[in-house]
Ligand binder design. Structure first.
Ligand SMILES: Cc1cc2nc3c(=O)[nH]c(=O)nc-3n(C[C@H](O)[C@H](O)[C@H](O)COP(=O)(O)OP(=O)(O)OC[C@H]3O[C@@H](n4cnc5c(N)ncnc54)[C@H](O)[C@@H]3O)c2cc1C
Length: 383
């Protein structure tokens, strides 16, 4: 099939392109290759799943067979791509099979970063980045009550709230002086910390984990502050690293992610990337909204109408029911200052430049109701 589009990855990014492309072109052959089960699920649900009583199976909306018939595409679950030969337009799978493509889409996602730690318990540290990880974590929770989370960023705070709501005792460790240190000004950090503490989360801030040891049936975390925490389980959520190795080995340029222009195109005109693995015109944005915009633009390009992606301002809702929060962090390259109004019901923090332009915001508690008024006043991420 000399016009075949091959999509590697069956996460939100892979499916966004497949769905949009099929809307535009009913005939073009599309093959999706996935290292995992290939079913469609909403990854953001993972950090709300426990308190909602979701099993791993119930998180999967449609399995690979159902998705294949719904989108009229071919899906190959449990097929890992190990090499790309861009000179011959072929991929190789772990079993040695070669697959040809006319256009290739890399939607490979990102890996959880792991801290280099000492101790005999390091192998016990868990991460949750997909449904299979959630299954392992949920099984490990059976009969246990105390969980330590390394990292008080967006995903760490969401899991902390979820576990606390489900009745677990949660300890969160972070090197920053506050939760969500990269996203919130200090007043807002205090607010979310207090709200999460009120539902039973204990924070250990300004410190980090040095060693993790298995001591009988418990795991002991030794912090740089000299504190010792005993836990049943340890979850690490300190950040994501785009999966770039496959591209790099094929001489597809990488930087923080797989480098693509606003057409989502790599240096090679028929190889594209989007989602958590991609760096789009200098932006690595591992969130759902950028994926939806990129998916639509890329589908149009693949269907024959070269289309650049535009990103509007895309605030992120943080799923901490104990402290409803929505953030639109300012771009690192812009200069401005936080202007904060805080009371016991919420925090409204606006990041403005000297000319009073709104460049970002953080809204917590009751202030989240201002999201719809403020969002149109923000600059576009990619105009
Ligand atoms: C717990 C959690 C909560 C989140 N909450 C939010 C939220 O509230 N709001 C928000 O906007 N974002 C949220 N995010 C981020 C959002 O979910 C991600 O940005 C998005 O799901 C990434 O989709 P993706 O398709 O790029 O990557 P992934 O979903 O990771 O998919 C990558 C796919 O590539 C496949 N793959 C990788 N390598 C190979 C290979 N060599 N061969 C074949 N297949 C391969 C994998 O098997 C997988 O199918 C959350 C993330 C997590 C982890």
């Amino acid at each position: 099939m000399n016009n075949q589009v091959v999509i590697v990855g069956s996460g939100l990014a892979g499916y966004a392109v497949a769905r949009e492309l099929r809307k535009l072109d009913k005939e073009i052959p599309i093959m999706m290759l996935s290292a995992d089960h290939g079913g469609f699920y909403s990854k953001p649900m993972l950090s709300n799943a426990l308190s909602l009583g979701k099993t791993p199976a119930s998180l999967i909306n449609s399995d690979a067979t159902q998705m294949a018939s719904q989108l009229k595409i071919s899906i190959r679950p449990y097929c890992r791509v190990i090499t790309i030969d861009q000179s011959r337009n072929t991929l190789t799978l772990t079993n040695g099979e070669e697959i040809s493509y006319a256009q290739l889409v890399l939607a490979l996602g990102a890996d959880q970063v792991r801290l280099p730690l000492q101790g005999n318990g390091v192998a016990e540290v868990l991460t949750i980045n997909d449904v299979d990880d959630y299954r392992i974590f949920r099984d490990a929770l059976q009969g246990n009550r105390k969980v330590s989370i390394i990292g008080a960023g967006l995903i760490g705070c969401e899991f902390a709230n979820d576990l606390a709501s489900a009745g677990y005792h949660v300890e969160v460790i972070d090197i920053s002086p506050q939760p969500l240190g990269r996203l919130l000004p200090p007043e807002a950090g205090v607010f979310i910390r207090q709200r999460l503490q009120a539902v039973g989360v204990t924070f250990h801030l300004n410190t980090t984990v040095q060693a993790i040891d298995q001591v009988e049936k418990k795991i002991r975390l030794a912090l740089t502050s000299s504190e010792l925490i005993e836990s049943d389980l340890v979850l690490s959520s300190i950040g994501l690293r785009p999966r770039t190795q496959l591209a790099d080995a094929a001489s597809i340029p990488i930087n923080r992610g797989i480098v693509v222009n606003r057409f989502l195109q790599t240096k090679f005109p028929n190889i594209f990337a989007l989602g958590d693995c991609a760096e789009v015109d200098g932006h690595v944005l591992p969130f759902v909204m950028p994926i939806m915009h990129a998916g639509r633009a890329l589908a149009a390009t693949l269907a024959g109408t070269p289309t650049q992606v535009h990103y509007p301002a895309m605030p992120v809702v943080i799923k901490t029911p104990a402290c409803p929060t929505v953030v639109s962090p300012p771009d690192f390259s812009v200069k401005g200052e936080w202007h904060v109004e805080a009371d016991e019901n919420g925090v409204k923090a606006l990041y403005r430049d000297d000319a009073d332009n709104l460049l970002g915001f953080a809204l917590l508690g009751e202030a989240i109701k201002e999201k719809n008024d403020l969002t149109p006043k923000l600059p576009a991420v990619l105009p």
